[in-house]
Design a protein around this ligand. Structure first.
Ligand code: ZN
Length: 258
């Protein structure tokens, strides 16, 4: 599931990039990398998640902190009909409020911290994504960073421009994760703290959208579909493919004419 989270995050980032005005290939790729990485972050609330083990004691401590905060918040705000659980995994970090708060914090932090803060967020996201998608991403992202720096006329300036957008990318990444969990796992308390049916932590499970995926369906259908989409969404690629098809159709219909 981790790699599907990362890939859907990448696609969402590329889809959102032109909407928020991050129109260049550079900006879209950086935004996609951040949504891909942060689409894995909510599972830091589980000690066994890959993300929690990524940087040893650093992510381990972060995971512990998130679990403690989530449990405390759950105990404080639990509604009369909420389950008697601890409220650690799939609680605080799997809400709309958390996505918006972390997004806002990232936007403010990177605006204040400048290009190196932006680079820090992007690198952390790349490490999270690499951890889920596999080590092949390490040389690819290394190459991408070199391409980014070499082909950008003003690398630091362009990083600076990304500051506010990263907040959006972080929020979108977390939301894509929750959506993925809600569709395939046991639901997410998206709308916390809005009380629904006596629960403050009501787990939304949109039955009409849910599908049971076996590992096979995910491997041969869902993952490849998003992989293709992840390439098509790169700025310019869809237009290039459409032009290619046009030329091909044009040349075949021309040869068919008597
Ligand atoms: Zn999750």
């Amino acid at each position: 599931m981790g790699r599907t989270h990362a890939l859907t995050g990448w696609c969402a980032g590329l889809a959102v990039a032109p909407v928020v005005g991050a129109g260049t290939v550079h900006q879209a790729v950086a935004l996609g990398a951040v949504t891909a990485g942060f689409a894995l972050l909510p599972d830091l609330d589980h000690p066994g998640a890959r993300a929690s083990r990524l940087l040893g004691p650093i992510t381990g401590a972060l995971s512990w902190l998130l679990r403690r905060a989530s449990a405390r918040l759950y105990a404080l705000t639990k509604g009369p009909r909420d389950e008697d659980g601890k409220g650690t995994h799939r609680h605080m970090t799997h809400t709309l409020l958390f996505a918006l708060a972390l997004g806002a914090l990232t936007a403010v932090g990177t605006e204040a911290g400048g290009p190196y803060a932006v680079a820090g967020v992007v690198v952390f996201a790349l490490l999270l994504a690499e951890n889920a998608l596999g080590d092949w991403l390490l040389p690819v992202s290394g190459g991408a960073v070199v391409w980014w720096a070499a082909s950008s006329p003003d690398g630091l300036g362009e990083l600076n421009q990304l500051a506010g957008w990263l907040g959006i990318a972080v929020a979108v990444g977390c939301l894509v994760h929750c959506l993925g969990d809600a569709l395939t796992e046991s639901g997410c308390p998206f709308l916390f703290p809005l009380p629904i049916a006596g629960e403050t932590w009501y787990e939304l499970r949109p039955a009409w959208l849910r599908f049971r995926t076996g590992k096979t369906a995910e491997n041969i259908l869902i993952f490849p579909a998003f992989a293709v989409l992840g390439v098509l969404l790169l700025p310019g690629v869809a237009g290039f493919v459409a032009d290619g098809i046009d030329t091909y159709v044009g040349s075949t219909s021309a040869t068919e004419r008597p």
